[in-house]
Write a protein that binds this ligand. Structure first.
Ligand code: NAP
Length: 369
């Protein structure tokens, strides 16, 4: 039976992966071994096939006894164990949510509704490292990747609105605590005017008592136009990933320019993006809608009207679902080759856990397990 080591299963991505594996009955037919970086010896989930306790995630011998390692632990962990494991001669399959290995030449970024053929080809050629894409990039590619594949994109800008949970469990918890701090003073004096409410909110945001350990500043009632670390030329790393990963996932050559500004907003879950696409030619809107709607089973084109947009194209509507709606589709006043679009997707599903879950399933079919 295939021995699958699970690392990082209690984090934000890991817990959604666990939930999806349970829903899809993905634990049956495998021997799951659960690791921890912080609680080795603690209680393991019921699916553990290796006793009731968690194993030490830095124990290379124990890790190397697995045929597959699925890590949702983060980049530092990948940097710490992946190299030594491979150097020790481990030839197993590494399936990861972190960005560390994504751009390595022998790693494939997995998003099988879009690049399933590339994944299967890589498996056949002996590739053993498979990495989920950046959440914002994967969702954008799920939404409009078909236009790239049809050769219709000259360049694209993405303006993102990224949820707190994209930064991990502790960040999401901090956002809720920040919200409590904002609401608290209004509970004490409920009948204030709008101007008075505004004053109380700003005051609460600017006090030292609002928790900011994770984000560094208040996100509740605000937004943060900086995601991840800085890069040369004024980009953030999150923005850099837009072009690098889109082109790698889609196997585009020559590369199509993709750039924009990535912004953290106070939503709990789901990343949204406003897109400006410069088309290679003036394609009628109806044809564009048809290409997008037919891309894969989870694509949804939302009519560009107020009622449909507010009902279907918000984090509240999309959170917890696998649908990737794209709407607000219209030609911009910049000219007939300029397409405006807005898309929302659950970054913990298609942006993180789902491609990993599906990679495990593709791998099992490949090796006949
Ligand atoms: P996370 O929630 O911070 O979890 C990572 C690890 O942090 C957990 O496995 C856990 O390790 C530890 N941890 C510390 N405090 C925790 C808490 N309060 N609750 C739960 N776990 C806590 O990170 P993540 O968002 O899942 O991200 C994991 C990796 O996936 C990162 O490389 C990230 O860049 C990538 N990714 C994330 C998203 C997303 O939307 N969040 C999307 C795509 C890719 P121990 O149990 O060993 O202590």
């Amino acid at each position: 039976m295939l021995r699958v080591g699970m690392i990082g299963w209690r984090g934000m991505v890991g817990s959604v992966l666990m939930q999806r594996m349970r829903e899809e009955d993905a634990f049956s037919g495998i021997e799951a071994i659960f690791f921890s970086t912080s609680n080795a010896g603690g209680p393991a989930p019921a699916e553990s096939a290796d006793g009731a306790v968690l194993r030490d995630a830095s124990d290379l011998k124990k890790l190397a006894a697995c045929d597959v390692l699925m890590s949702c632990q983060g980049g530092d962990y990948t940097s710490q164990v992946f190299g030594p494991l491979r150097t020790s001669g481990w030839k197993g399959y590494w399936i990861d949510a972190a960005s560390t290995l994504r751009m390595e030449p022998d790693a494939v970024i997995v998003l099988d509704p879009v690049n399933g053929a590339l994944i299967r080809e890589a498996l056949a050629q002996g590739t053993r490292t498979f990495v989920g894409g950046n959440c914002t990039v994967s969702l954008m590619v799920m939404a409009v990747g078909a236009l790239f594949q049809a050769g219709l994109v000259e360049w694209m800008t993405t303006m993102t609105y990224q949820a707190a949970s994209g930064a991990g469990a502790a960040h999401m918890q901090e956002l809720v605590r920040q919200m409590e701090c904002l609401v608290e003073p209004t509970r004490a004096s409920p009948s204030e005017t709008a101007l008075e409410l505004d004053r109380m909110m700003i005051e609460a945001q600017r006090t030292d008592s609002i928790p900011t350990r994770e984000f560094g500043v208040p996100l509740a009632g605000s937004l943060l136009p900086w995601v991840d670390r800085d890069m040369p030329d004024g980009q953030t790393r999150e923005e850099w990933k837009g072009m690098a990963e889109t082109n790698k996932i889609l196997g585009l050559y020559p590369q199509v320019p993709v750039d924009g500004i990535c912004v953290r907003v106070g939503t709990m879950r789901c990343h949204s993006q406003g897109l400006c696409i410069k088309l290679t030619k003036d394609v009628p809107l109806k044809d564009i809608e048809q290409i997008l709607a037919g891309a894969h089973a989870w694509a949804r084109v939302i009519p560009n009207d107020k009622e449909s947009t507010l009902r279907c194209l918000t984090p509240t509507a999309v959170s917890g679902t696998l649908m990737v709606p794209v709407g607000r589709l219209h030609k911009l006043k910049l000219g007939p080759k300029y397409l405006g679009a807005f898309t929302v997707g659950d970054q913990l599903l298609w942006g993180a856990a789902e491609p990993l879950l599906r990679m495990l399933s593709i791998l099992r079919s490949h090796i006949g397990s």
